[in-house]
Design a protein around this ligand. Structure first.
Ligand code: GDP
Ligand code: MG
Length: 624
C-alpha cells in the first residue's frame, strides 16, 4: 500500500470509528471535531444531474438508486475501504451492523428501504444520513457523501419548503471547510444555470476545494461541445474540470455493467473529435484518482493539527479514565483478583493508620498512656480499704473466732475485693481501642480511592472488618479479664513474707504505708485502730503493685489481641468466605453504577481508537 493509500485509509478508519461511536460532526466533543478536521467529499448538483451516477462510477459498482425525479432523499455517507488481497467485496450499513451485503442490488434495495423507513414512501426528504461502508480491493479509500439534488420548485406531494430544505441540508455539508465539493453540472445545460456551481461559489468563493464535474457529455446537442467549460474558460476553478459520460437511463434499464460502462466511457473520450486531446484527463477513473490525490495533500497539510487534536483528546480521555477507574474484567478469575487487590488497597491504608504515616494510630497509645492510668487512679480503693471497711471485712472473715497473728482470710478477701475493681478499666481499655480501630476502618474505607466505585464491596469490607474487630474485642476482653483474675488467684507470697511481723516487731515502726500502732503486743491490741490501719495499708500497697503490673500488661494484651490481629488478619475471614463464593457473586460484589460503566466503556473505546490512530499517523508520517 502506498503512503497515500494508508493515509486516506487511516482517515477513513478514524471516520468509520467516529461514526460507530455516533460522533459524526455537529456534536461538541473532541470526536466531532476530529471528524470535522478530516476531509470528506460531497456531491452537489441539480436533480438528475448525474450525482449518484458519478459516485457509482468512482466506486466502480452499481449500488445506488438512480433515475429521474427525486431519488436520493437522504444523505448517504459512503465510506470506501480498500482491502488487501482477495476479491471479496462487501458492503455494510451502520444501521445493520454485522450484516454483510455481497449482492449490490440488495444494497440498492436497502438504501431505498431505509430511505422510506425515515421518510415514508413519499417524495419528502430527511437530513438523517444513511451510513454505508464498502470494502473492496478495487476502490480507493474515500469518504463520499451523496446528497439529494437541488431543485427549483416543490412538486406534487412535497411541502412548499422543500426547495429551501434541500438547499439547507446540502449547504450544511458543503460549507464545512474540510468538505471537498464535487460540483456536478450536466453538459446539456448552460453552465451559467448550474445549481452546483452557484452553491459551490457561495461556500467556496476561491474555488480551492471545488471540483467541477461535467456529466452527460454524450447528450449534448450535435455540433456543440463543452471545451470552454472543460478547459476552464467558462468558469475558473483552482482544480481542473473533469468530463464524464455515465450510463444513460437506457443503459441502466439494459443492465449494462460497470466494466462495460467504463470501457465505453474510455472509448468515448479516446475517439471523440472534440475531447481526444484531453482523453487522459477525462472520465470517472481519472476523477477518482484526482480526488484521492487531492485528499492526500489535504490530509498531509492537516496531519499536524490532527495529531495535536488526537493527542489532546488522548490526554483528556486518560484523565477521564483515571477518574472513572479501570474497567472491570469479565472473567471470574480476574474479578477475584480485582476484589483482592481492592481489599489489599484498603488494608494498606488501614495499616498506615496504625503504623503512622496516617493519623489515628496514636490514639491507641493515648488509651494506654492516659485513659488507662487515669482510670486505675480513680478506682475507689480509699473507700474499699477504709478503716471501717477493713474492720468489717476482716471481722466477717474471722467469724466467731478472731485471728491470732495475721488475718489471713481477711487479707485474702480484701485483696480479692480490690482486684475485682481492675476489671472495669481493663475492659474499658479494650473497648476504647476497639472504637479507635472501628473508626480507622471507617476512615480507611473512605480513603481508598479505588473502592469508591464499588459501594457493595465497600459495605462488605466494612462489615467484614467490623465483624473481625468484634471478634478481636471479645478475645481481648477475655484475656484482660483473665489477667486480672490471675492476679487474684495467686498472691505474691514474697510480698507478705517481707512485711514486718507485728508480733516480733511490737513497739517498732508500723508496716509500710502507715504509722506504727501503739506499742502493745497483747491480743486486745489486734483489734485496735492501728492494727486495721496497718492491714489496710498493706493491702493498699499490694494492690498498688498489682495496679502497676496491670498498667503494663493490659496494653500488651490489648495490642496482642486487637491491634496486632487487626494488622495481620483483619480480612482473613473475609478472604476465606470469598474463596467459597461462586463466580457470579464476584460481579455482584463489583457492581457499579451502570451509567458509570457505560461511560467508561465509551471512554475506553475512544481511547483505544485514538491511540491506534496516533500510532498509525506516526508510522505514516515516518514513511514519508
Ligand atoms: P442524480 O439525481 O443527480 O443523482 O442523477 P442520477 O445519477 O440519478 O441520474 C439521473 C439520470 O441521468 C439517470 O437516468 C442517468 O442514467 C442519467 N445520466 C446520468 N449521467 C449521464 C450521462 O453522463 N449520460 C447519459 N446519457 N445519461 C446520464
Ligand atoms: Mg441521486
Amino acid at each position: 500500500m502506498t503512503t497515500m493509500e494508508s493515509l486516506i485509509g487511516l482517515v477513513n478508519r478514524i471516520q468509520r470509528a467516529c461514526t460507530a461511536l455516533g460522533d459524526y460532526g455537529g456534536g461538541d466533543n473532541a470526536f466531532s471535531s476530529l471528524w470535522e478536521a478530516l476531509p470528506s467529499v460531497a456531491v452537489v448538483g441539480g436533480q438528475s444531474s448525474g450525482k449518484s451516477s458519478v459516485l457509482e462510477s468512482i466506486v466502480g459498482r452499481d449500488f445506488l438508486p438512480r433515475g429521474s425525479g427525486i431519488v436520493t432523499r437522504r444523505p448517504l455517507v459512503l465510506q470506501l475501504h480498500k482491502t488487501e488481497g482477495g476479491v471479496n467485496e462487501y458492503a455494510e450499513f451502520l444501521h445493520l451492523p454485522k450484516r454483510r451485503f455481497t449482492d449490490f442490488a440488495m444494497v440498492r434495495k436497502e438504501i431505498q428501504d431505509e430511505t422510506d423507513r425515515m421518510t415514508g414512501k413519499t417524495k419528502q426528504i430527511s437530513p438523517v444520513p444513511i451510513h454505508l461502508s464498502i470494502y473492496s480491493p478495487h476502490v480507493v479509500n474515500l469518504t463520499l457523501v451523496d446528497l439529494p439534488g437541488l431543485t427549483k420548485v416543490a412538486i406534487e406531494g412535497q411541502p412548499e419548503s422543500i426547495v429551501q430544505d434541500i438547499e439547507a441540508m446540502v449547504r450544511s455539508y458543503v460549507e464545512k471547510p474540510n468538505c471537498i465539493i464535487l460540483a456536478i453540472s450536466p453538459a446539456n445545460q448552460d453552465i451559467a444555470t448550474s445549481d452546483a456551481i452557484k452553491l459551490a461559489r457561495e461556500v467556496d468563493p476561491s474555488g480551492e476545494r471545488t471540483f467541477g464535474v461535467l456529466t452527460k457529455l454524450d447528450l449534448m446537442d450535435k455540433g456543440t461541445n463543452a471545451l470552454d467549460v472543460l478547459e476552464g474558460r467558462s468558469y475558473r476553478l483552482q482544480q481542473p474540470w473533469v468530463g464524464i459520460v455515465n450510463r444513460s437511463q437506457a443503459d441502466i434499464n439494459k443492465n449494462v455493467d460497470m466494466i462495460v460502462a467504463r470501457r465505453k466511457e474510455r472509448e468515448y473520450f479516446a475517439t471523440s473529435p472534440d475531447y481526444g486531446h484531453l482523453a487522459s484527463k477525462m472520465g470517472s477513473e481519472y476523477l477518482a484518482k484526482l480526488l484521492s490525490k487531492h485528499l492526500e495533500s489535504v490530509i498531509r497539510a492537516r496531519i499536524p493539527s490532527i495529531t495535536s487534536l488526537i493527542n489532546k483528546s488522548i490526554d483528556e480521555l486518560e484523565s477521564e479514565m483515571d477518574h472513572l477507574g479501570r474497567p472491570i474484567a469479565v472473567d471470574a478469575g480476574a474479578q477475584l483478583y480485582t476484589i483482592l487487590e481492592l481489599c489489599r488497597a484498603f488494608d494498606r491504608i488501614f495499616k498506615e493508620h496504625l503504623d503512622g504515616g496516617r493519623p489515628g494510630g496514636d490514639r491507641i497509645y493515648g488509651v494506654f498512656d492516659n485513659q488507662l492510668p487515669a482510670a486505675l487512679r480513680k478506682l475507689p480503693f480509699d473507700r474499699h480499704l477504709s478503716l471501717q471497711n477493713v474492720r468489717k471485712v476482716v471481722s466477717e472473715a474471722d467469724g466467731y473466732q478472731p485471728h491470732l497473728i495475721a488475718p489471713e482470710q481477711g487479707y485474702r478477701r480484701l485483696i480479692e475485693g480490690s482486684l475485682n475493681y481492675f476489671r472495669g478499666p481493663a475492659e474499658a481499655s479494650v473497648d476504647a481501642v476497639h472504637f479507635v480501630l472501628k473508626e480507622l476502618v471507617r476512615k480507611s474505607i473512605g480513603e481508598t480511592q479505588e473502592l469508591k466505585r464499588f459501594p457493595t464491596l465497600q459495605a462488605e469490607i466494612a462489615a467484614a472488618a467490623n465483624e473481625a474487630l468484634e471478634r478481636f474485642r471479645e478475645d481481648s476482653r477475655k484475656t484482660v479479664v483473665r489477667l486480672v483474675d490471675m492476679e487474684s488467684s495467686y498472691l505474691t507470697v514474697d510480698f507478705f513474707r517481707k512485711l514486718p511481723q507485728e508480733v516480733e516487731k511490737a513497739g517498732g515502726p508500723g508496716g509500710p504505708g502507715g504509722p506504727g500502732g501503739p506499742a502493745a503486743s497483747n491480743a486486745a491490741d489486734r483489734y485496735s485502730e492501728g492494727h486495721f490501719r496497718r492491714i489496710g495499708s498493706n493491702v493498699s500497697s499490694y494492690v498498688g503493685m498489682v495496679s502497676e503490673t496491670l498498667r503494663n500488661t493490659i496494653p500488651k494484651a490489648v495490642v496482642y489481641c486487637q491491634v496486632r490481629e487487626a494488622k495481620q488478619s483483619l480480612l482473613n475471614h473475609f478472604y476465606t468466605q470469598i474463596g467459597k463464593k461462586e463466580a457470579k457473586q464476584f460481579s455482584q460484589l463489583l457492581d457499579e453504577d451502570p451509567a458509570l460503566m457505560e461511560r467508561r466503556q465509551q471512554c475506553a473505546k475512544r481511547l483505544e481508537l485514538y491511540k491506534a490512530a496516533r500510532d498509525e499517523i506516526d508510522s505514516v508520517s515516518w514513511a514519508r
